[in-house]
Write a protein that binds this ligand. Sequence first.
Ligand code: NAD
Length: 408
Amino acid sequence: MTKLSADNLKRLDHLKGLLNLSAKELKLLKTATQIKKATINLKGKKYQAFRVVYNRALGPGKGGIRFHPEVNEEEVTSLSFWMTIKNSLAGIPYGGGKGGIRINPKNLSEKEKETLSREYIRKFYKFLGQDKDIPAPDVYTNSQVMSWMLDEFEKKTQRHEPGMITGKPVELGGLLMRQDATAKGAYIVIKEVIKKNFKSKKPSFIIQGFGNAGSYLAQMLNKDDYKILAVSDSKGGIYNAKGLKVDDLVNLKNEGKSVVDYKDGKKISGEEILELDTDILALAALGDQVTKKNADKLKAKYILELANGPVSEEADKILFAKNTMIVPDILANAGGVIVSYFEWAQNRAGNVLDNNYLQELLESKMKTNWQRVYKQYLDENKKIDLRTAAYMIAVKKILSAEKLRGNL
Ligand code: NAD
């Protein structure tokens, strides 16, 4: 039985007609290649852990590990499916993977996080490796978590293999540019959208989520004088029609506070922020934030998805009907995994790649991906949304690789 979410199954069914998929092709697309589960003991309590490789047609598994109280098998499987689609669309040599532990990391000390990270690797190391499945950071995991995981993996396997995980600190073979790569990729794409659609005015932004992805995006927008009207984090939101001072917000977060502690604005709820008037709404928190319950209330004409799966399938339809353009996650947030690919390639080659060259490569890859998706959308006479256009391109490539391998 497939563990993919109902939304993703519906999205695949929608592609059936568009791409003329056979029953065998559809079944392959709906099935995860490998689902591994384990129980991790910490402080006398048991926590569920997962690692899923969704597909290997284009290369080894690749995708982050999250520590979050809502992690479950269906979510991890869906996230690994999106990684498969994202990697295919991005033109990088990976299948898709994802992992997670169902735990609230906010209640853990650093030492406990280390124990948890090492225990995760002890459970799954046989299934990981630079040619098998390569994890990276995701929600509430960071370069320190990657360091512990690399160390534990190398202890278990008795050899150095920095390419088994990405998002590492520079000292352990990481790339400095990984830190803001997701935001940078999204910024490159949204600038292309702005060029096409905002000829005479600079659009305003609202950002949901002020962690790695959201806060770097805010800083990039701020540097280029875009007005950010509101931002939120897990505690709530803050709004000022004249624009927020991004540096002050970043300082608050660095002090361990919330954006709601910002003084020069009105406090708003996490739900309200999505419904405020703005040109572009950037979603950089978690999945399923825009659903059939609130989609109709959204005023932004453009949505930029930095989070994975922030808009549900039903909400997609509502927003498409009211002409809201969604720049989908699998296109907009691919900067992170593209730079992870640079890191992996550098680790494997054992030589250093020039930072300016890599920045240019990221820019050109993001622009090319945007152009390919937009062309597909035009080729379909704008009768499909950008997400469907992106899926069409990605799925065609995966199926073609499966055929060449003799699996179809
Ligand atoms: P993060 O842990 O650094 O930040 C998450 C942020 O979301 C925090 O500010 C948190 O307070 C906020 N948040 C949580 N619940 C919220 C809510 N209900 N309303 C508003 N804010 C809320 O994580 P991140 O790395 O920035 O990732 C954010 C999203 O982007 C995730 O969906 C992740 O999968 C996706 N993503 C991240 C990367 C990356 O490289 N960081 C790459 C691809 C996709």
